[in-house]
Design a protein around this ligand. Sequence first.
Ligand SMILES: [Fe+2]
Ligand SMILES: [Fe+2]
Length: 267
Amino acid sequence: MPAELYRDDHHACYMFSDLIDEGEDAVQANQFLIIDHDRGAIIDPGGNIAFNELFLGMTRHFSPQKLSYLVASHADPDIIASLDRWLTSTSAQLVISRVWERFVPHFAKSGKTQERMIPVSDAGGRLPLGESELWILPAHFLHAEGNFHFYDPVSRILFTGDLGVSMTTGAQALRPVRELQPHLPLMEGFHRRYMVSNKVLRLWAKMARQLEISMLVPQHGAPITGAQAIADFFDWVESLQCGIDLFDQSNYQLPTAAIGALRPARR
Ligand SMILES: [Fe+2]
Ligand SMILES: [Fe+2]
């Protein structure tokens, strides 16, 4: 069952958080359906593991024929590996960074992405959806080189892709975080390794602080909501040292240890 993040007579935002079995090796991931005046967009549709249930779940709220867009924050497998099946099952267009325009066709059968792609330049833009629009905001290097966040001006939700993620179960992801401090241990390790640099986080925060935000909703783990928790999140990312800030010569040594032992199966 998806969580209803927002709904009024003409507009709705749904979050699917539990389409990946907890026994899977794959990381928990959220997928989103935004509907405005009977037109829809899926944000970060995910990989093949999520496809069947997401497609079915979507049809309970919305006809797949009315899906206008698949909107991808970046081109990782947990974001868009299901592309081929979405292109087959709907007439939606893929909206993705121009940086990935010639790489994502590798996720689909030959020629299938032709005429189905809207490549977005680094500056982002405003994408018409129904009678509203989805703002496509620059979030490059957070973490991918070509990376966007999505702001819905009706619900005032900012969808932040891999920024703000926490490592949780699908059930935990349904509980919005209202106090940031106890939540930090679930976020820190990921952000230190996957976000590229403090400089980029500060540039992003200065841009995003201009928005009126009801909720920050990441692609893994729980949404962050409430004015205090959102303000604390901005403060936290602005002070976070991560990625290349933390790498030095010790991270670039010729290796000596053997690899190749199979990991024991997870239960
Ligand atoms: Fe990613
Ligand atoms: Fe991700």
